[in-house]
Design a protein around this ligand. Structure first.
Ligand code: ZN
Length: 272
């Protein structure tokens, strides 16, 4: 039996390697963060902003960056270059902003404070990672079939966890820039509320520990869940929290008990 597994594994590895190579050759463009496969739109069908709209978007980035510096007591590195068309040929229709970690470029669909606050947080985390000598963050993902095969075999871990905490951090900034970041915030009537539990101190927290259950029972993705997960960590110490989340993203095993994962990170902060 073991032999059959091994042959199957080696076969899929070879097939994966061939497909991976082809994938690499065809994708010359850098892919932006958050790109997922769903109903997509050609970027050439997106309206091009006028020159005055472009100026206004650039000014919004400066204004929100200033606001974040005051609100969170942080210093933004040099701001990303604002681009007015995504670098991919197609993007998911639902995409509202993209940040490119290698080229430090950013695109937003609309001149909207929340979108800008979110993308600026991705930039902040990316620059923090680079200043620690750890390269871009999130790191470039393994693309295509090769990655899928490794995942099927349980040999690749950490990318989903990184996505969860990366979007959690960005959502923390998206919401916390315009209100008290320490207080958990969901839009009124947000269905995610039903999947939170009221704590003894009156605040709300995740009701289930299992990530799959959240995906099954809510339509929330990494954004809402990641936010609820990382908020207590970032409330405790923003920069140290981001650093620890980067260095210790949830593993596949942690996805079965995210609250235990969070407790572990909080304990690491105590020990520092
Ligand atoms: Zn994001």
């Amino acid at each position: 039996m073991r032999k059959i597994y091994l042959v199957g594994f080696l076969g899929s590895l070879v097939a994966g390697a061939i497909l991976f190579k082809n994938f690499n050759q065809s994708s010359s463009n850098e892919k932006g963060l958050e790109l997922i496969v769903e109903d997509s739109i050609s970027v050439y069908d997106l309206p091009e902003p006028t020159e005055s709209q472009k100026d206004s978007i650039r000014r919004s980035f400066e204004r929100i960056a200033d606001l974040q510096e005051k609100r969170f007591g942080i210093k933004h590195p040099e701001l990303p270059k604002v681009i007015f068309r995504p670098k991919e040929d197609k993007i998911p229709k639902s995409k509202i902003g993209l940040y490119y970690t290698s080229s430090n470029e950013v695109w937003v669909k609309k001149n909207e404070d929340g979108y800008i606050a979110h993308e600026l947080a991705h930039e902040l985390a990316n620059k923090l990672s680079q200043s620690l000598g750890r390269g871009t963050w999130p790191p470039k993902s393994l693309d295509g079939f090769f990655y899928k095969i490794l995942k099927w075999w349980g040999l690749y871990d950490g990318e989903e966890g990184t996505k969860l905490v990366s979007e959690g951090i960005a959502t923390y900034f998206e919401r916390g820039t315009f209100r008290d970041p320490k207080v958990l915030f969901y839009a009124p009537n947000d269905s995610f509320w039903f999947h939170l539990k009221k704590q003894e101190n009156g605040s709300h927290d995740l009701a289930y520990t299992n990530f799959e259950r959240y995906l099954r029972e809510t339509r929330a993705g990494e954004y809402d869940l990641g936010y609820a997960l990382v908020r207590p960590i970032l409330n405790k110490d923003l920069e140290e929290g981001i650093e620890l989340l980067m260095k210790n993203p949830p593993t596949n095993k942690d996805f079965r008990d995210l609250l235990a994962y969070r407790d572990r990170i909080l304990r690491m902060m105590e020990e520092h």
